[in-house]
Write a protein that binds this ligand. Structure first.
Ligand code: AMP
Ligand code: MG
Length: 340
């Protein structure tokens, strides 16, 4: 299949949005920019369109998708139970990088939720994503637009690198601003449960959901026979092909450690870069979580270009959006972590 490149350059934007809507209404799949990462969108009402997403990504059948909406009234067909706490969360965090898991309504095919009787829903803030939802008139099921297991895509180039020839179209938008996926909270459990940290931080969540609990799989490896609340958390994910290890400790300890390693790539913070003697990439300011969240996936994608035996990533602070970065990195490293 030929993947159409839909330009957003001046004069093209309107026709590109229209074309995406047309493809989506014909059960096709289109990669769209959002504020978190690029999503691979299909009509959430169409079983056959949703199946194309799983096929293109090589996504395990038991890993459910997030449904994206642009208006609250779209929820009527998606969930049968929009509770008070769900309303408060929507007020506080929508539109934005926040996903809630609710009871699944009848119009949503089981395959969207991988057979579960719940459905994950998000209202993105990205202007292009919202325009595509509006123009199509459909809620859009959209996981990250990468090959399953690879680092998520934060640019149109990342999407094409993984999925060119496997999807109908990609909107050639800007790089994503947040850089990590949405925060996922289940409101189907009592108390509500954080399943995946993301763009909305735990500190922000607790203001609206004081009794929030954090699922143990956020920070640790689920046992192989354990039933996980969020199926996506049990998979190796976000990983470069090269062996990857997370290294925790202060800057001085990390620099001394990495300078004893040959045949390795350091993924370090900006202020450590000059002192490191191996090959190296900096991924942001260690005191400003937003900077390294935004760069995280493009840096993980670059790691394989260096042809080294091991990538040693300096572990971030778990404050703010740093927790989401840590959650992705520990999976990228298959839970291999050295504590200095
Ligand atoms: P992605 O589409 O790559 O952003 O991944 C979606 C994430 O949301 C995965 O970690 C899923 O396990 C999680 N998710 C989606 N739907 C549900 C659901 N109904 N219940 C629990 N987790 C869900
Ligand atoms: Mg994903």
């Amino acid at each position: 299949m030929k993947t159409e490149r839909l330009s957003l350059s001046q004069g093209f934007s309107e026709s590109s949005i229209k074309r995406s809507a047309e493809i989506l209404n014909n059960d096709g799949i289109v990669a769209i920019p959002t504020e978190t990462v690029y999503g691979l969108a299909a009509s959430a009402y169409s079983q056959s369109a949703v199946e194309k997403i799983f096929l293109a990504k090589g996504r395990p059948q038991d890993n459910p998708l997030i449904v994206h909406i642009s208006r609250l009234d779209m929820l009527e067909d998606i969930t049968s139970d929009f509770s008070d706490i769900a309303k408060r969360c929507a007020d506080a965090f929508w539109p934005g990088p926040f996903t809630m898991v609710l009871k699944r309504g009848e119009r949503i095919p089981k395959s969207v939720s991988a057979g579960l009787d719940t459905v994950a829903v998000r209202m993105p803030s990205d202007n292009i994503a919202r325009q595509v939802i509006e123009a199509s008139g459909l809620p859009l099921a959209a996981p990250s637009a990468n090959i399953s297991g690879a680092p998520s895509p934060t640019s149109a180039a990342h999407v094409l690198n993984d999925l060119d020839g496997k999807i109908d179209a990609v909107i050639m938008g800007n790089d994503c601003g947040v850089g990590v996926e949405s925060t996922v909270v289940s409101l189907c459990t009592n108390p509500p449960r954080l399943l995946r940290p993301g763009g909305v931080t735990v500190e922000q969540l607790k203001e609206v959901i004081p009794n929030l609990v954090i699922d143990p799989a956020v920070l640790a490896q689920p046992k192989s026979d354990e039933k996980v609340a969020s199926p996506g958390m049990k998979y190796k994910h976000y990983a470069p092909k090269t062996e990857t290890v997370l290294v925790s400790g202060d800057s001085e300890a990390y620099i001394s450690f990495i300078n004893t390693k040959s045949d390795s790539l350091a993924i370090c913070f900006d202020d450590e870069y000059e002192s490191i003697k191996t090959q190296k990439i900096a991924y942001g300011d260690k005191n400003n979580e937003e900077t390294f969240a935004k760069n995280l996936f493009s840096v993980l994608r670059k790691a394989d270009d260096y042809n080294v035996k091991t990538v040693y990533i300096h572990s971030p602070s778990k404050q703010g959006v740093g927790l989401a970065v840590y959650n992705r990195l520990i999976r990228a490293a298959s839970f291999k972590e050295i504590i200095l």
